[in-house]
Ligand binder design. Structure first.
Ligand code: GLY
Length: 426
């Protein structure tokens, strides 16, 4: 099969790494890809959101399956445009992608379809939104820009002044442009977050093992949120009973709701859950693989990834059985100094080969923000690399992953040393 992956991050490198091992693969391309991906796929210099040129190229190269990594091309309608010309896509059309593209739409549908989710209110006026904050009696509150904001549109405010600042930035300063024309103000819940992903053909579901992201920049989950500083799988808090309830109370009503609206969702649904002793709630839905979750999940897959994604894109998962390894996996994100604020680019990276060799086949280094300059590998983003290791138990995987991280050097390299701290406590 001739396959195109759209995207350029660690998630896309993990997908490419696994697909490159598939016996059914004839040729793998990635647009635009990155230097790590270029080791397993041919990179094509077309931006992930340049839908017209991607489609022209895919038709010309007779691409049989396109797998979309990030959310933006899906929200922009890549799938609609590709399907109109008979091209198969793993990833929902623009109607299905609203689940991630509009927080207001997602919240309203969760309420309508009875999916457990925190209480909320929607505002398109700054003064009215600000007045609403008094209802939280000085306590924490969550502010969300309605549209896509490159993962930066959600603020968990510890009190009213932080919440008001977030509203001001979104609605008055228009930090995220039109994505901030409306905001969701949501109750802040406590507990432990879990990422639950399922591949779907629109009717059937193939669940991936659970995983947990670490969004804060600092150890102990302190400091501002990032795109994700590390992930591990499985998440011990996600019990069999919770999995059963999540399927019944979250994924089934969601698919039924899509079905009632005539939305044929072919791709992956990501539910971000908040779990406490008494209850669980959906904090967010995404319509693509999580990043860095995918970098911890994909190495745990025993089965071939290509037939699963191809079957979902074709609209029939059939009786496909997906096998997973028992070994836990941990991904540690190595970031540029200053991230998630401003950071320098173009810094020399060394030691990736040593890191990979240190793992005896149980370490993979996925590239996220890297580039080649004067034939040297250099930093080119905030999240630079995702280092993943797996082993027969979590302490073994942690030893392996941190040993590998310590082999990799670039000036100012930063990574959290406490990834999977919650799992160790369970
Ligand atoms: N790890 C969070 C996300 O992919 O949105």
């Amino acid at each position: 099969m001739r396959v195109l992956i759209v995207g350029s991050g660690g998630r896309e490198h993990a997908l490419a790494w696994k697909l490159a091992q598939s016996p059914g693969l004839e040729k793998l391309y990635c647009a635009p890809g990155n230097p790590g991906i270029s080791r397993v796929a041919e990179c094509v210099d077309i931006a992930a959101d340049d839908i017209a040129n991607l489609k022209k190229w895919a038709l010309q190269e007779k691409i049989e399956l396109t797998i979309v990594g990030p959310e933006a091309p899906l929200v922009l309608g890549l799938t609609d445009h590709f399907q109109a010309d008979g091209l198969k896509v793993f990833g929902p059309d623009s109607r299905g992608a609203r689940l991630e593209g509009s927080k207001v739409w997602a919240k309203e549908k969760m309420k309508q379809w009875g999916i457990p989710s925190p209480a909320f209110a929607v505002f398109d006026n700054f003064d009215r939104a600000r007045s609403h904050l008094s209802r939280f009696y000085g306590g924490p509150v969550v502010i969300k820009a309605d549209g896509l904001a490159a993962g930066k549109g959600v603020t968990v405010a510890s009190g009213p002044s932080e919440a008001e600042q977030a509203l001001y930035d979104i609605m008055i300063e228009q930090k995220f442009g039109e994505a901030g024309n409306r905001v969701v103000i949501e109750n802040c819940l406590s507990g432990e977050e879990v990422s639950v992903l399922a591949v779907t053909d629109g009717k059937k579901l193939a669940f991936l093992p659970s995983s947990q992201d670490h969004k804060a920049i600092g150890e102990g989950d302190k400091g501002p949120n990032t795109g994700g500083m590390g992930a591990y799988s499985p998440a011990p808090i996600y019990s069999g009973e919770l999995a059963r309830r999540t399927e019944e109370q979250v994924f089934r009503p969601l698919l039924k709701g899509f079905n009632d609206l005539g939305i044929d969702f072919r791709g992956v649904i990501y539910a971000g859950l908040m779990v406490s002793k008494e209850e669980f709630n959906v904090l967010e839905f995404n319509v693509r693989f999580g990043d860095p979750e995918a970098q911890a999940l994909i190495p745990r897959m025993q089965s071939d990834l290509l037939p699963l994604l191809a079957a979902a894109a074709a609209g029939d998962l059939g009786g496909l059985q997906v096998e997973w390894k028992n070994d836990p996996a941990v991904c540690v994100v190595m970031a540029s100094k200053g991230y998630p604020g401003s950071y320098e680019k173009g810094i020399l990276i060394e030691g990736i080969e040593q890191a990979e060799q240190s793992g005896a086949g149980k370490v993979a280094v996925f590239h996220a923000g890297t580039a080649v300059k004067n034939e040297c590998l250099v930093t080119a983003g905030g999240r630079v690399l995702g280092v993943t290791a797996w082993d027969s138990d979590l302490p073994g995987a942690l030893d392996r992953v941190y040993y590998a991280c310590d082999q990799i050097k670039f000036e100012g390299a930063y990574f959290r040393r406490d990834i999977a701290h919650r799992a160790l406590q369970h």
